[in-house]
Design a protein around this ligand. Structure first.
Ligand code: HEC
Length: 507
């Protein structure tokens, strides 16, 4: 990466001024941002801190403000985010990069002074020339990574490798693995595929895992590519669905997330039958059409208040950054806003550093044939709070495209407030008491007339909702038809208004 020579000159002038007058009023010089983006009341400065990388699959905040980067090609390096200077620490010799394989997730021990460990997940070939996934711990010493300790080696096939790693608040190593694209794996607790695994950092299995002697912590996952803790200690994961239902899940000990017998929410007869016999954890949110969710990070800093207590999720297919606003106890997603859509291409990795900056890594040189790698790809992009100087000098544009999925998010909130107490958040209702909304006649009907009348007028135990404004009803009913219809058309404000009784008949 080239440094702007101007910066040096400005720094030099600042130094002269500092020597001469103690730098009164001398602002610290700032590199001009590549672009400024507004998101709510926050203005973000965007800069490229490194370019010409080969899929930075993972970015971690390392000691001394350095970024640690794992590239899919097998290279692990340290990048100084101020200068862009990259120093290689290790180049894996045995990495097998084919389609989605290669060097994938990485995590650093949070106390690198006392425990200088780096954990990685990658695909290799074993002695019999078969693809395998490896979870390995390296020790960081003298600017290199040495003393590999293999924690796990398991069969790999042709895709769905996962894999993300994170150190838990209790010091354990958590690993998200893919199901290897083999149908039975995710529900089979005897294999490590399609799981969240939990190890001590020496690779041994803790005594308090749910299945004695097994690293398995949670199961039923298809291809998780995101894993991160919130400040309150809750673990979240993102994963790819098949044709439908990409997911973000809250991971609990012993949780079964359903794949392949349940996709997304429990909302078909087959899935309800499964859920009767075993407890299935439903996602916090599911996306159909799919978005290709990859890395996720929790934003807990006050530096960018708009992002506080949100899950930040990068998407491949979706080419964007989702901001998933959590409720106070982290068990519901209250809003979903997509930033930077189609701006940087496929987004794979994300890291929030202790100073509140956000780093995202592009994935435009991965195997995907629809990639559109540009000359500078792949890049690591920093999003930080714009300085006063940048705000004065540069124009900002909105980070979110107006009106995107706002209606759906609003709809979800209103549905939760007015309908979920009876029909349940997932629309399944309560057997024999409140009917399910999923595929219900008036919900899925081509014409929304019956649905609008029912909700305006009520029926039996179902209250009338004529007290809501036309706009609110239009948003709720559009949401209900989209989510539970799901091919049904939207409902407009005018359609609701037209079905209100005429003023005279109200008295
Ligand atoms: C207090 C509980 C309650 C609340 C709140 C409630 N409903 Fe209902 N809903 C019912 C009951 C009970 C029925 C069955 C009514 C009947 O046919 O006797 C019903 C029926 C329905 C049906 C018809 C289902 C079918 O199979 O035909 C739809 C659609 C519906 N409700 C939508 C909504 C929407 C949208 C909201 C929120 C604006 C809502 N309901 C809020 C209790 C409730």
């Amino acid at each position: 990466m080239m440094l702007n020579p101007l910066i040096h000159i400005q720094r030099y002038h600042c130094l002269i001024a500092l020597l001469a007058i103690g730098c009164l009023g001398c602002e610290p010089t700032q590199q001009e941002a590549e672009a400024l983006f507004t998101y709510g009341a926050t203005t973000l400065a965007m800069t490229t801190v490194a370019d010409s990388l080969d899929v930075p699959w993972e970015i971690c905040a390392g000691p001394g403000g350095q970024l640690w980067v794992a590239e899919q090609s097998g290279k692990i390096s340290r990048i100084d985010p101020e200068t862009g200077i990259q120093q290689e620490l290790l180049s894996l010799k045995d990495v097998y990069r084919q389609r989605t394989g290669g060097l994938l997730g990485m995590t650093l021990h949070p106390d690198m002074d006392a425990s200088p460990y780096v954990f990685i997940a990658y695909v290799a070939k074993n002695a019999a020339d078969q693809p395998v996934s490896r979870i390995v711990r390296y020790t960081y010493a003298g600017d290199t990574l040495a003393a590999p300790l293999e924690i796990l080696e398991y069969a790999a096939w042709n895709g769905h490798y996962g894999a993300r790693l994170v150190i838990a608040p209790d010091g354990m190593l958590m690993v998200a693995t893919g199901d290897g694209a083999q149908h039975g794996n995710a529900q089979d607790v005897l294999v490590p595929h399609g799981k969240i695994l939990r190890y001590r950092i020496d690779g041994s299995v803790p005594a308090d895992n749910p299945i004695p002697g097994s690293p398995v912590w949670a199961w039923g996952l298809r291809n998780p590519q995101g894993l991160a803790y919130a400040a309150d200690g809750q673990l979240y994961s993102s994963g790819h669905g098949d044709a439908i239902a990409d997911e973000v899940n809250k991971i609990i000990k012993g949780g079964n997330y359903g794949w392949p017998v349940v996709e997304g929410f429990v909302d078909t007869d087959e899935e309800r039958a499964v859920a009767r016999d075993s407890i299935i954890q439903e996602p916090l949110r599911a996306w159909t059409p799919t978005i290709g969710p990859a890395g996720l990070a929790l934003y807990e800093s006050d530096i960018l208040p708009e992002f506080r207590h949100s899950i930040l999720l990068t998407t491949l297919k979706g080419n964007g950054l989702h901001v998933l606003k959590l409720d106070a106890d982290g068990s519901r997603i209250m809003a979903d806003t997509i930033l930077f859509q189609q701006l940087f291409g496929r987004l794979r990795s994300i890291c929030v550093t202790p100073d509140g900056d956000i780093y995202i890594g592009t994935s435009n040189r991965d195997w995907n044939p629809n990639g559109f790698a540009e000359a500078r790809d792949d890049r690591i992009i920093r999003l930080s709070k714009a300085t006063a100087q940048q705000l004065r000098k540069q124009k900002a544009t909105p980070a979110a495209i107006a009106n995107q999925s706002d209606v759906v998010s609003r709809g979800e909130l209103l549905y939760t407030d007015y309908c979920a107490s009876c029909h349940q958040g997932n629309g399944r209702g309560v057997e024999g008491v409140f009917p399910p909304l999923n595929q219900a006649g008036p919900v899925a009907a081509a014409d929304a007339d019956a649905l609008i009348r029912l909700v305006l007028e009520g029926r039996g135990e179902m209250p009338a909702f004529h007290f809501l404004e036309d706009k609110e009803l239009a948003i709720i009913l559009s949401y209900v038809r989209k989510r539970f219809g799901p091919q049904a058309s939207r409902v407009s404000r005018a359609e609701v208004a037209a079905r209100r009784p005429a003023p005279a008949s109200r008295q």
